[in-house]
Design a protein around this ligand. Sequence first.
Ligand code: AMP
Length: 433
Amino acid sequence: MAITRPEGTFDMLPAEARFWARYRDAAFQTFERYGYQAIETPVFEKTDLFVRGIGEATDVVSKEMFHVLSGGNLGKLVAGERVDSRSRFSLRPEGTAGVVRAIAQNGLIEQGAPPVKVAYAGPMFRAERPQHGRQRQFNQVGIECLGADDPTIDAEGIIMAMRFFLSLGIPAQNMKLLVNSMGCEACRPAYREAVKAHIEAHAQDMCDDCRRRVEINPLRAFDCKEEACQQVMASAPLIVDWLDDECRSHYEQVLSYLDAAGIAYEQDATLVRGLDYYTRTVFEIQVSTATSGQNAIGGGGRYDKLMEQIGGKPTPGFGFALGYERSVIALQEAGAMPEDAWGVDLFVAVVEDAARAQAFDVAQKCRDAGLRVELDHQGRSLKSQFKLADKLGAAYVAILGPDELAAGQATLRNMETHEERAVPLSELPAVVQ
Ligand code: AMP
């Protein structure tokens, strides 16, 4: 039987690969305007980084990571031998932990230096149950800003994400921006206890998952999809009522910057994001038109403790990740997916086989001049070469016939207007450009 791709993964065929490149470039262009520069980190990291950074109790770390072992170490593990934690790796389930690790390891945060602003794009891996908009390998673009806790960083980050989605073509009326503050290590513990007490008081109405999680992460119950749990959580204490003065003031300032920028948002006091590292601002961008349950196209927030958790110096941070595949679904649902504009600039056609070597040479020179050029590689007739040129979306066809070649020329046909004119071979690149 033919081998197929792993479940939950997708092949990006050329048209989609082109759109992914456009999406990434457009994102980086937007992010650059806010001072973010590209960074690349490994797609696998030591498992400990994710355990310490994201949190052992999160779904992402406890259930959804793909682990990576060298063949030798896998053999050891199977034989029941110990494999050192330094040799245990995982495919990255998200981008933040690796970027923060890279910033620490490369000493990018200097005393008194401006915040470090970096942007990334690439595949992430989660062993989730595949469904529409939920894959095991998916792509994200994201940013991280380390070294400043000012609310302007949070606000400009949220604005930047919204601007990017708008520039991509997702209609404003289809998007909903949810914001919340999750407090900090000073005010969140008391709030956690209050939520825990609430869940314990209603334990008989809640699902096994929520009951089990109550000790380690009671706030996850806000995300539970069970109707009964949702009912219990509807009357749970809300973090807004528990924020300390600093967190409240920080949150209010973020909101006032969003107001000043004319960004519409909804405050959602039940928005608690799935990764443990968030403090203060969290946000999520949802598409209201989503036909599946996977309506979040991006999200992020502040993580002032993450750097310390992975062993670096205390450094405040803020970041977000936007989901490429869900953005495509949102564009498709809005009928706003841009057309794929692929086409070759020039097709070099021959009237007689004798001219093939010359066609090869002309094509090469035009490619060297920067044009996208194709020619027939299958001995087609002139008529069939024109059909191929059409199929390839050629803007021009250069016809090399015996008379033209004798004069050092080609007949250049504009495939849109059907105009034809004689052009010296040496001038083809300039005329087609
Ligand atoms: P998260 O890192 O979970 O905050 O995810 C950020 C964004 O990545 C989400 O809003 C989604 O758009 C996207 N995303 C997360 N998980 C998946 C997945 N399994 N498949 C496709 N997109 C995803």
